[in-house]
Design a protein around this ligand. Structure first.
Ligand code: CTP
Length: 410
């Protein structure tokens, strides 16, 4: 397979409209993210937007001339508003000012952007809107009325975020950051293999305290589990992520529960497991913990003798979930340092799970790339070396097929 075929948005065409607002600068970064992921982007801007960012910048980033007038004679049939939306997979207005939202709500069409939004085929080109305005403008009943109307008309509202605003005030109304908009667009355009399904995922290492300043942990970064959570959300699932101590941002639209040690992870997972159709255990759970946790830092006693730390076994979260009656569809991970297939097969049987995903631990911990070996009752198949986001999407698709085979009505 060619490198580009893994690009998440390869072949997708996005119509990106800017109305007036300081947040126009964020849209430049968004175009870069979209094109890097393989999408083609056609930019349109209103007269007001041209006050905030130049068409030159947006043309350079998108690689296409920017359109701003319905009278643009470059379109052979002079119907840019029709032509543009017929080939698009999605139309996004970012930033969407209060005034532009009001126009959309009323179905007005007196310039190219609103004209195109109205003329777009709603069945093939969904509309998303990223509001950007002062907090009082956002909270105003007129704006809220207009937004409610847009939602009723089938428009997806992305954000707004809260925080410090360009005017110096603090509150709701900031446009989402480019990376957040990008994640939402990916989710809108992704095939919905897991629509209506609930997934529970563990990720990251656990940290087993010895005393208030030390503990036992491992090199798991949590990247694979977080990538699976994101891919599952994109595929339409409702995702809960139980995460050990990691330095990763929560994927958009995913519910996250932070824990430190294996017992806390067990306590968070077990009550939730019966409410989920799928449980994916990517966490590198510590097998043992210090039997007792010193309340104060253990000090050297001057004798040169190292302290003896008694250990006890942690509960096996995956095996406990797999033993539920009925269990969710359980997927285990095995990070091995050698004999991957042999260990993965044995581990699948030992944990009594239908699917076990093997990988070479030391080669993958903390990395952005990996390769996966899927082992089930019938045999094994490899998902070849790729970035973790692509592997996660392929794994999610594989799990969705397995769910469908178990229950074809699902
Ligand atoms: N796992 C778990 N709870 C534990 C230990 C492991 O849920 N206490 C899960 C992991 O999340 C993973 C799978 O079990 O999905 C296998 O984990 P791994 O550490 O590779 O296996 P172990 O059971 O620890 O076996 P071994 O140490 O013999 O390799």
């Amino acid at each position: 397979m060619s490198e580009t075929s893994f690009l998440q948005l390869a072949g997708k065409h996005v119509l990106l409209g800017l109305s007036g607002g300081i947040a126009c600068y964020k849209t430049a970064e968004l175009i870069r993210l979209l094109t890097k992921a393989g999408a083609s982007v056609q930019v349109m801007m209103t007269e007001a937007a041209e006050q905030f960012i130049t068409a030159v910048t947006l043309q350079a980033l998108s690689g296409r001339p920017v359109l701003s007038s319905q009278w643009d004679a470059r379109e052979p049939n002079n119907m840019a508003h029709i032509n543009l939306s017929r080939e698009a997979d999605l139309m996004l207005i970012a930033p969407a000012s209060a005034d532009f939202i009001a126009k959309l709500a009323q179905g007005r069409a007196d310039e190219l952007l609103s004209l195109t939004a109205l003329a777009r085929p709603m069945g093939t080109c969904p509309l998303a809107v990223a509001p950007a305005m002062n907090r009082e403008m956002w909270a105003h009943p007129a704006t809220q009325r207009n937004v409610a109307q847009l939602i009723a008309d089938g428009t997806q509202i992305l954000g707004p975020g809260a925080g410090e605003q360009a005017c110096g005030e603090v509150g709701d109304g900031r446009m989402l950051e480019a990376a957040e908009l990008f994640e939402d667009i990916c989710a809108m355009l992704a095939p919905k293999h897991l629509a209506g399904k609930k997934l529970l995922i563990t990720a990251g290492p656990t940290f087993e305290p010895i005393d208030p300043v030390r503990g036992i942990t491992n090199h798991s970064s949590g990247k694979m589990g977080f990538a699976i959570a994101r891919a599952a959300r994109e595929a339409g699932a409702e995702v809960t992520l139980v995460a050990g101590p990691v330095h990763l941002a929560t994927p958009r639209g995913v519910r996250r529960i932070d824990v430190q040690n294996a017992q806390q992870m067990f306590d968070a997972v077990l009550p939730l497991a019966p409410q989920n159709e799928v449980f994916i255990a990517t966490a590198a759970v510590a097998d043992w913990r210090p039997a007792s946790h010193a309340q104060q830092k253990i000090k050297k006693d001057g004798s040169g003798a190292a302290p003896m730390i008694a250990m006890c076994e942690n509960p096996d979260i995956l095996a406990s979930v797999a033993a539920l009656n009925p269990p969710p569809f359980c997927v285990g991970f095995a990070a091995e340092s050698e004999k991957l297939l042999e260990h993965a097969r044995a581990k699948r049987l030992r944990k009594n799970v239908p699917l076990l995903v093997g990988n070479i631990g030391p080669a993958t911990f903390g990395q952005d790339h990996n390769a996966l070996l899927l082992v089930d009752a019938r045999g094994e198949r490899e998902i070849p070396h790729n970035d973790k986001a692509s592997l996660a999407r392929q794994l999610v698709q594989d799990i969705a097929q397995r769910l469908h085979q178990t229950d074809p009505k699902a």
